[in-house]
Ligand binder design. Structure first.
Ligand SMILES: CC(C)(COP(=O)(O)OP(=O)(O)OC[C@H]1O[C@@H](n2cnc3c(N)ncnc32)[C@H](O)[C@@H]1O)[C@@H](O)C(=O)NCCC(=O)NCCS
Ligand SMILES: Nc1ncnc2c1ncn2[C@@H]1O[C@H](COP(=O)(O)OP(=O)(O)OP(=O)(O)O)[C@@H](O)[C@H]1O
Length: 199
């Protein structure tokens, strides 16, 4: 089974790319989705977050993601504490999903992991290729502010919580630039998928 990682900066367009890949019929493991599942009510991860960040972080038994985001983005030490709790759970759930697809006999699986390089997934040996979805800094900032209703400072603090996109691009096997229209992105992804299918 070939496994291809899709990563990039926050709001660089990974979801746009993985939605199209899913529509083309390929399985996609999604680390952002997994990161929500590992903190569902009743999990020990949620308990650990409560112990670390206080009772207020849970509203009606559910993690207040907006509040936690406001606390950790812009505060390196708190972000590190959160990641220490969540990252091992996320990694192990991703491994389980990849094993599931392998048992099912899938020949090609994609895996969207925003923090691929930050969490050193390249060292796992699970991936045959790493694709980085990129956009220029201004576009990334504008799209992030618009999508998540953030002011410029909040958006910058989220961007700065990750490795610079340029560094990620330097480590990629394939870069898909997403500075143009959605239609242009769609055409690039279709072209990329054709190559992957043939190769
Ligand atoms: C802080 C939280 C609660 C904010 O939730 P929210 O719903 O607002 O954002 P969401 O989870 O959709 O993430 C949006 C984007 O933020 C970026 N991001 C998320 N976590 C982190 C992190 N620890 N460090 C840097 N960037 C991050 C990613 O690019 C991600 O795609 C949430 O992001 C979280 O629990 N993060 C820790 C888990 C994690 O490491 N997730 C990344 C999976 S690789
Ligand atoms: N080519 C494009 N033209 C215009 N808007 C776009 C384009 N690509 C993505 N967007 C928009 O930019 C925002 C960010 O895109 P998307 O959600 O795909 O990024 P992401 O990399 O998955 O983000 P995250 O890291 O937060 O999960 C979304 O609102 C999306 O609709």
């Amino acid at each position: 089974m070939r496994v291809i990682a899709i990563t990039g900066g926050i709001a660089s367009g990974k979801s746009a790319v993985t939605n199209q890949i899913r529509m083309a019929g390929y399985p996609v493991v999604d680390a952002d989705l997994v990161s929500r599942q590992v903190v569902e009510p009743g999990t020990h991860t949620l308990e650990e977050i409560k112990e670390t960040f206080g009772e207020d972080i849970i509203k009606n038994g559910v993690l207040d993601r907006k509040l936690l985001g406001q606390k950790v983005f812009g505060n390196q030490a708190l972000l590190k504490q959160l990641t220490k709790i969540t990252a091992p759970e996320i990694q192990s759930a991703i491994q389980d999903q990849l094993s599931f697809y392998k048992i099912k006999g899938k020949s090609l699986v994609f895996c969207a992991i925003p923090l691929f390089f930050e969490q050193h997934y390249e060292e796992t040996g699970w991936f045959d290729q790493v694709v980085v979805v990129s956009s220029n800094e201004r576009t990334q900032l504008d799209r992030l502010m618009a999508r998540d209703h953030l002011d410029e400072w909040e958006a910058q603090s989220r961007i700065k919580a990750q490795l610079p996109l340029k560094t990620k691009m330097g480590k990629a096997d394939v870069v898909i630039e997403n500075d143009g229209t959605p239609e242009e992105l769609e055409a690039k992804v279709a072209h990329y998928l054709k190559e992957v299918k043939e190769g």
